[in-house]
Design a binder for this molecule. Structure first.
Ligand code: ATP
Length: 214
């Protein structure tokens, strides 16, 4: 069965790093990938752009293709959105269909700070995406938990609903939203680090222009 893959993040703003790795992950897994913006990220300072503004940018970025789609369910919830709760919701909807949570290497390395992180493996696989330029040192306890779950075989992912970890080797792109926010706040124009659709409407990038940096 074709897996459903979930790629969560703040997307403040969505950039070509997100899009390219999500696209390549979709190809490698032969999956539909849903980009899922977080409302109140439990471990982060608040985003510069509002939820509505981030959704506007995502819509503009995803226009014209159907492999990467948008899922705004976490924005419709009140209070902090824990990934584990969302994934249980997906699991109820999907039956036995494989579910893959896509995480950049930096996000994966920080997994132990997530609410009920060990329970994630009951409901989802994890697809770890390589990411250059970030300090993604794997804590020993995490590596120990994950080691027996690792597989390099995509058929294993397709053949069971949850429980395994696979490394997805995608084209490395050293792009981050932090850097893009800095450039925009300085009045620079990082045109080719962002999807073209974000320049069609000047209102989309307005929250970052001249903004105080987070
Ligand atoms: P910020 O700089 O604000 O922390 P970010 O660029 O890391 O933002 P997020 O929205 O926080 O973007 O990331 C969402 C997910 O995308 C995370 O799993 C992150 O690891 C992954 N990700 C972001 N940029 C890249 C990239 N260039 N390569 C691989 N994974 C990435």
């Amino acid at each position: 069965m074709k897996p459903l893959a979930i790629f969560g993040g703040t997307f403040d703003p969505i950039h070509i790093g997100h899009l390219s790795v999500a696209w390549e992950a979709a190809e490698l897994l032969d999956a539909e990938v849903r980009l899922m913006p977080a409302s109140v990220p439990p471990h982060r300072s608040p985003p510069t752009a509002s939820a509505e503004q981030r959704v506007g940018m995502l819509r503009a970025a995803l226009c014209g293709q159907s492999r990467l789609t948008l899922d705004t369910r976490e924005l419709n919830r009140h209070g902090p959105s824990y990934t584990i709760d969302t994934l249980y919701e997906f699991r109820r909807e999907l039956g036995d269909r494989p579910l893959v949570l896509l995480l950049g290497a930096d996000a994966f390395a920080g997994l132990r700070s997530w609410h009920r992180w060990r329970d994630l493996f009951d409901v989802t696989h994890i697809g770890m995406i390589n990411r250059p330029g970030v300090d993604a040192c794997m804590p020993v306890e995490l590596e120990r938990t994950v080691a027996p779950r690792r597989t390099e075989d995509l058929n294993v992912i397709r053949g069971q609903p949850a429980g395994r970890v696979i490394e997805l080797m995608v084209t490395p792109l050293e792009v981050s939203a932090t850097r893009i926010r800095e450039l925009l706040a300085e009045g620079r124009d990082p045109r080719y680090l962002l999807p073209a659709g974000l320049f069609d409407d000047p209102a989309l990038l307005a929250p970052y222009r001249g903004a105080l940096m987070h």
